[in-house]
Design a protein around this ligand. Structure first.
Ligand SMILES: NC(=O)c1ccc[n+]([C@@H]2O[C@H](COP(=O)([O-])OP(=O)(O)OC[C@H]3O[C@@H](n4cnc5c(N)ncnc54)[C@H](O)[C@@H]3O)[C@@H](O)[C@H]2O)c1
Ligand SMILES: [Zn+2]
Length: 374
């Protein structure tokens, strides 16, 4: 079996380790014991994840005399609300969780963001551990300490920065992930190659067929390198004043398309996949990179099984949805633009530039469809 690896996240007294180990879930009870965990442990999860993993886990914790309290939510983004947080807090209060009691976030990004937020406000903060079970969560959302919930006026509008005590990743949990979720997660992985590591990008080009098949060794390599890049960026800028913004590459247009689709027609990673290609092309339009860079990004996104085609024909709607992004500062849309594979720059974009460029995307799609039909 593939060996485990550890990736440190250096944040002074808030530092922690990300451990990536196939089979980790089976040794979780012993791990908690060795950390000296006693008493109450809340296991927050959703129904899909619970079906696969919760029973064994709860049994294991109880065998070790830990007072395990399951908190099972409905799956999906609709659960990322203040109401769910209230539900979690109710259970913690009813079971008399204390300052030292522990929460485990067992699930995807929704569970991780919710649990982290609840942990950050219950009794002004109790410890929690991330046990991510989707690719998005293993390479992205479980690392870095952003927690929160959605508001009806905006996604992730309410939240805190609150670091977990540890991130425990068992790549074997990815075997049960639906294909659509798996492929969506690949968009975030490709993003890391573009923003920070040309060699990793080349590795992904070579290994994409194996990655699509979830080859265990390739999966561990990819999760590890992604976590390293995210951990490094977060260590340099924990609260996103500057450098951490590079993690938003693909997300300016991606978020806009995701929102325009009502968060249903495109899931997050699918929208980011399109965003990676479109933002690279917009970078080219602004003279930041060459066509070859755009083509390499487009090819890898398509090889991952993601789409490179925008889902909106309306320049105004896309631009206006881009304004609603949290990352807009003082009315300016600030984008992340590739200069080459592995290097990006952060710069604002004017409405006029966007309006001049977007029709060329629509025209390009039309001519490609016509060629394909011939
Ligand atoms: N905090 C951050 O820095 C950060 C970064 C990226 C994304 N996010 C957030 O993460 C969320 C998206 O996360 P996600 O893509 O993991 O979505 P998710 O948590 O909704 O999980 C996707 C689906 O997969 C199911 N699932 C999870 N693990 C499974 C497994 N091992 N086997 C079978 N099914 C499984 C879930 O039940 C759900 O239906 C969004 O809310 C986004 O805002 C946060
Ligand atoms: Zn993302």
């Amino acid at each position: 079996m593939t060996q485990g690896v550890t990736v440190p996240v250096s944040l002074g007294e808030r530092s922690y380790d990300i451990e990536i180990r196939p089979g980790l879930l089976e040794t979780l009870g012993a791990r908690l014991k060795s950390l000296g965990v006693k008493g109450k442990v809340g296991v927050v999860t959703d129904r899909h994840v619970a079906r696969h993993y919760a029973k064994a886990l709860l049994g294991m914790l109880r065998n070790l005399d830990l007072d395990a309290v399951p908190i099972v939510l409905a799956p999906g983004e609709q659960s990322k609300t203040l109401k769910s947080v209230e539900h979690i807090l109710d259970i913690l209060a009813r079971h008399r969780f204390e300052r030292t009691s522990l929460l485990l976030a067992l699930g995807g990004g929704v569970i991780g963001d919710l649990t982290g937020f609840a942990a950050s406000i219950y009794q002004r903060g109790i410890p929690f551990i991330q046990i991510p079970t989707t690719l998005v969560a293993q390479v992205d959302s479980s690392v870095g300490g952003k927690t929160g919930v959605d508001h009806r006026l905006g996604k992730n509008l309410i939240g805190t920065f609150y670091q977990p005590r540890a991130v425990w990743i068992d790549p074997l949990t990815l075997r049960t992930l639906p294909t659509r979720e798996w492929v969506a997660g690949l968009a975030e992985v490709i993003k890391y190659g573009i923003i920070g590591d040309a060699k990793f990008f080349a590795y992904l080009q070579r290994h994409m067929p194996a990655l699509r098949k979830r080859n265990p060794e390739v999966v561990v390599t990819v999760v590890k390198r992604s976590c390293e890049i995210k951990a490094q960026v977060v260590a340099e800028d924990e609260r996103e004043s500057d450098r951490r913004r590079i993690l938003n590459y693909g997300h300016t247009i991606g978020h806009a398309l995701e929102a325009l689709g009502g968060y249903r027609s495109l899931i997050h990673g699918e929208a980011v996949g399109i965003g990676l290609v479109l933002e690279a092309d917009l970078a080219r339009h602004q003279g930041y990179c060459d066509l070859r860079t755009v083509d390499r990004i487009r090819s890898l996104v398509c090889a991952a099984g993601l789409s490179d085609r925008t889902t909106s024909r309306s320049v105004e709607k896309v631009w206006s949805a881009m304004q609603h992004d949290k990352k807009v500062s003082q009315g300016k849309v600030v984008g992340v633009w590739p200069e080459s594979i592995g290097r990006v720059r952060i710069a604002p974009i004017e409405r006029g530039t966007f309006e001049e460029w977007y029709p060329t995307v629509l025209a390009g799609m039309k001519s490609r469809s016509r060629r394909a039909a011939r």
